[in-house]
Write a protein that binds this ligand. Structure first.
Ligand code: NDP
Length: 335
């Protein structure tokens, strides 16, 4: 079995030396378990949190243990009722080729059509995050203005398209012209602003009316620019703040001030709420998938994946994710 382990806890941005790549025997499933051979591994920003032993909503990966992650693959041995050899499943575990898992949170999914990798992106955890967060917290209404940061990424691309389906004006924020072009031309957002430029001026021009819903994926200077433009009764969906994951609490890589003055929250009656997709998301996976597949069939939902070949490439690809090197949902094709 090829496995990638956490060797040491990173200080600041992770480096290749924080990981170990090892070959070990293929595990055997116990009673009630299945052995999954991964075809795809999802790489996600939350993994930076698991590398740290700071207090969080979930336990850190132990030093020397396999890096946490979700895979999609094929059942190659089963001792669990309801799963047979050859079943294609979402829900294998870890940065490794073979994993032994229990049936909880194991979903049978189509082998192709849509392609299996989509079960880790638009039809997987990131898509589910977008769907739940909009439904539960953002609650966009027709005619409202919605701003989405990290708009070309796994979560952001789905958030913006669902908001368009809901009849909103949707403005993305992304890093660079290529990503912004994709967000407008391929995903159909009304505009996309480049956070390397003057975001204040771009926001004034694109949303002179102000912002009703801000989907927060980034934090730092992007948040500082968007927050003062929220309208009365605006909602801020606190999904993640990737710009701050490698930094000391409250800081941003650019050295920008830690965040906005929250005074206007009262005056504007704003709602700022965080959430974790696993709180209630997986229990709703069936209805999520049905609705999303409907939109895909109607041609209303598009997506982009950034697929990197080879499990051994996972550390470098993950390091890049925290700097914006990915373009679309980052996925490893497991060799
Ligand atoms: P993405 O596919 O969006 O990839 C990350 C993107 O973030 C990069 O491509 C880059 O886009 C942007 N980025 C990275 N570093 C910085 C930086 N220093 N400053 C500004 N932008 C940066 O990732 P996901 O869609 O998987 O995740 C998006 C967010 O959602 C993350 O914050 C993640 O933690 C969060 N999340 C939260 C969940 C929850 O349950 N609450 C579940 C899943 C994700 P660009 O080049 O455009 O800047």
């Amino acid at each position: 079995n090829l496995q990638i382990l956490l060797k040491r806890r990173p200080v600041g941005a992770p480096v290749a030396g924080d990981f170990d790549i090892v070959e070990t025997p293929v595990p055997t499933p116990g009673e009630g378990q299945v052995l999954v051979r991964a075809r795809f591994l999802s790489l996600d920003p939350y993994m930076r949190g698991r590398m740290s032993d700071a207090k969080s909503y979930s336990k850190p990966v132990e030093l020397g243990a396999v890096m946490e992650g979700q895979t999609a693959g094929e059942v190659v041995a089963s001792r669990a009722p309801g799963f047979a050899v050859g079943d294609v499943v979402l829900g294998g575990y870890g940065w490794q080729r073979f994993s032994v898992v229990g049936p909880e949170r194991l979903f049978k999914v189509p082998a192709d059509n849509p392609p299996l990798s989509s079960s880790l992106g638009v039809l997987g955890m990131p898509g589910l995050t977008a769907w739940c967060g909009l439904e539960d917290i953002g609650q966009p209404k027709p005619g409202e203005t919605v701003v989405v940061s990290a708009a070309s990424g796994a979560v952001g691309q789905v958030v913006g398209q669902i908001a368009k389906i809901r009849g909103c004006k949707v403005i993305g924020i992304a890093g660079g012209a290529k990503k912004c072009d994709f967000v407008v031309k391929e995903l159909g957002f009304d505009a996309c602003l480049d956070h390397h430029g003057d975001l204040d001026a771009q926001l004034d021009a694109a949303a002179p009316e102000g912002i009703d819903v801000y989907w927060e994926n980034v934090g730092g200077k992007v948040q500082a620019a968007v927050f003062p433009r929220l309208r009365d009764f605006g909602r801020m969906v606190m999904c993640g703040m990737i710009a701050q994951y490698n930094e000391a609490p409250g800081a941003d890589a650019s050295g920008a001030p830690p965040g906005p003055n929250l005074g206007p929250v009262v005056r504007k009656r704003l709602r700022i709420q965080g959430f974790i997709v696993s709180d209630t998301g997986w229990a709703r996976y069936g209805s999520f998938r049905t609705q999303m597949e409907g939109w895909i069939a109607e041609g209303r939902l598009h997506w982009r994946e950034d697929v990197v070949d080879g499990l051994r490439q996972a550390p470098e690809a993950f390091i890049g994710l925290l700097k914006g090197a990915n373009f679309g949902k980052l996925i490893i094709r497991v060799d």
